[in-house]
Write a protein that binds this ligand. Sequence first.
Ligand SMILES: [Zn+2]
Length: 365
Amino acid sequence: MVKYFRSLNGKRYPLPIFFPDATQAVVKTLDSLDIVNTQTPGVLVNTYHLYRELGGGLIKKFGGVRKFMNFDGPIISDSGGFQLMSLVKSKNGKGKVSDIGISFYPSKKRKILFTPEKSIDYQIKLKTDLIVVLDDFTPPTASYDEAKVTVERTIKWAKRCRETYDKYYKLGDGPYLIGVVQGGKYGDLRKYCAVKLAEIGFDGLGYGGWPIDENNNFDYRSAEIIAECAPDDYLLYGLGVGKPHEIVNLHKMGYQIFDCVLPTRDARHERLYVYNENSVKNIELNDDKFYSYYVPSKQKNYLLNEPVSKVCDCLLCKNYSKAYLAHLFRINDISAMRLASIHNLRFYSILMEKLGRVAGDKYIK
Ligand SMILES: [Zn+2]
């Protein structure tokens, strides 16, 4: 199993790592120093949004997104496919997915063709430490035949992504290149996709698509199939995963990399994650209810002069009371969102530390 995440600037970070979403090269309401102070090692940026907002010129001038946002830790990027697919495959979506790529219309007069080659080219320009192949998203409602079409296209595109990557780097020398496994709920398609991707050769495999089944339960079986098919030296990446207990469960299968909008989005909507213990040592991740949510406006008593979490050593919990945070949310001040985001990111970095220790590795801060 891979033990460290290496970044392009030669630094190594212990796994597992959670990457919060810095979609447009910023974690909303936080600056890069805030992120560092939550002991969050790295962030994920969104290829589609940066491609649309910045193009290539500015990023080239700064020598990559790391210098642009002045963030020293590892930065990973997605392929841009998920956002584009959501646009194109939605009910009123304008655009088309074909074997060539994804064509869409950002405005009436403008048509853009986004291809596997463009996705890799742009991610390499961003100089991110982990890049992801463009894949054809399998919608959760897809029939078997529809899912098969997305899987075949995903494999074809992955091959083109690998060929593009090879023009810049030798696999193992550059940023991590991750193949994405599609196939929806169909286990044999997931298996077929994972095996074919491993034949092409990547640094790791990602659990792609929508991880929730029709009954709104997390689809652990598909995650397990991918983990079983991946070569031993591969990184396993849970794309868009997830809630704390989902991360714990995937980590048991060997997944080491995670990204998700939830902790920061929830924070901005007044939902704070709290461990149900009074010390980090006592947190038991195998316990079903090792955490709960704290929502200031749902509390009967607004006036509590105590921290949101006794376990947490974040800027909020070390300095301010529940009463003060509730006040900041009530008057709709942006600092409420900032403090809550800082707190939730520290919750996730504590989770990673605990998982690192559970796995028997010494977590290095
Ligand atoms: Zn805190």
